[in-house]
Design a protein around this ligand. Structure first.
Ligand code: PHE
Ligand code: CO
Length: 284
């Protein structure tokens, strides 16, 4: 059965992927044979540029796990990564034609199946792309799925998402995804580092998020985080910082139902809002 395409945010642009290929759960086969030499070359050049930027900016768990993606000179076959990922943490990559709706997205994560867009950006989008492509999804997200604690967090996030969806709070919970899995920072013993995929796959935002005095960095507070709107087409104005993946896992263990009510009662905040009660982290 054909499924509906999804467009990011309030974009006027047509959806990128071919959703006729997808089954009811939005997954499809990775059309590996369809990649051109130019596609593989784009991946190779993105990987080379980005991996050179990681030292001192990306968290240790990410740097250590990156080689698990396999060869960097062509777009990997998801099944080859799965042969290493499944035994490591029980996660499996599944191909999708692009962004998918909230409920099927949460369902895949709850089942430890990580959706990976299978197409790659055009050469003119080399420096910046708004929608996730195969480079963002693989390079940004997959290395930390090899980390047992982080892998469990993403699965529990998916299960929590199904619950939030039923409570009408899916959008609030998606802010937690954004500010942790996509744009999270972590305080490592040797300094602040990035662990969010949106940062780790971005050539400009990686250094900006970790070193620029411009954005504000707040210790992760669930209520503050879920009240804060985010930008989908510019560097974040606010980053939330964790101490460890264990802390993230424990912080998110309680029932969120009362939290959703508190967020609704207190109202949303602009991406760059600041308040005296914020727990700010300053650059050392
Ligand atoms: N504890 C959350 C709830 O009860 C579920 C959740 C776990 C959400 C981890 C996000 C991350 O809804
Ligand atoms: Co992403």
């Amino acid at each position: 059965m054909a499924v509906e395409p999804v467009v990011y945010g309030a974009s006027e642009r047509p959806p990128r992927g071919d959703y006729a290929r997808a089954s009811d759960d939005y997954t499809c086969a990775q059309n590996w044979a369809a990649y051109t030499e130019a596609d593989h070359d784009t991946y190779r050049r993105l990987y080379a540029r980005q991996s050179a930027l990681l030292p001192g900016l990306a968290c240790e768990a990410f740097i250590n796990a990156l080689p698990s993606l396999g060869a960097s000179d062509q777009i990997p076959r998801f099944e080859d990564i799965n042969a290493r990922l499944k035994p490591a943490t029980g996660w499996e990559l599944v191909a999708v034609p692009g962004l998918i709706p909230e409920r099927p997205f949460f369902q895949l994560l709850a089942d430890r199946r990580f959706p990976v867009t299978d197409w790659i950006r055009q050469p003119e989008e080399f420096d910046y792309i708004v929608e996730p492509d195969v480079f963002h999804d693989l390079f940004g997200h997959v290395p930390l799925l090899f980390n047992p604690v982080f892998a469990d967090y993403v699965q529990r996030y998916g299960a929590g998402g199904l619950k939030a969806h039923d409570l009408g709070a899916g959008e609030l919970l998606s802010r937690l995804y954004w500010y942790t899995i996509e744009f999270g920072l972590i305080q490592q013993a040797d300094g602040l580092r990035a662990y969010g995929a949106g940062i780790l796959s971005s050539s400009g935002e990686l250094r900006h998020s970790v070193t620029s005095p411009q954005p504000q960095r707040l210790a992760l507070d669930l209520l503050r985080c879920m009240r804060t709107r985010y930008k989908i087409d510019d560097y974040q104005a606010t980053y939330f910082v964790i101490d460890s993946f264990d802390q993230l896992f424990e912080l998110t263990a309680p029932d969120f139902a009362p939290l959703y009510e508190a967020v609704a009662a207190q109202g949303e905040l602009a991406p760059d809002a600041s308040s005296a009660s914020d727990s700010r982290i300053t650059l050392g």
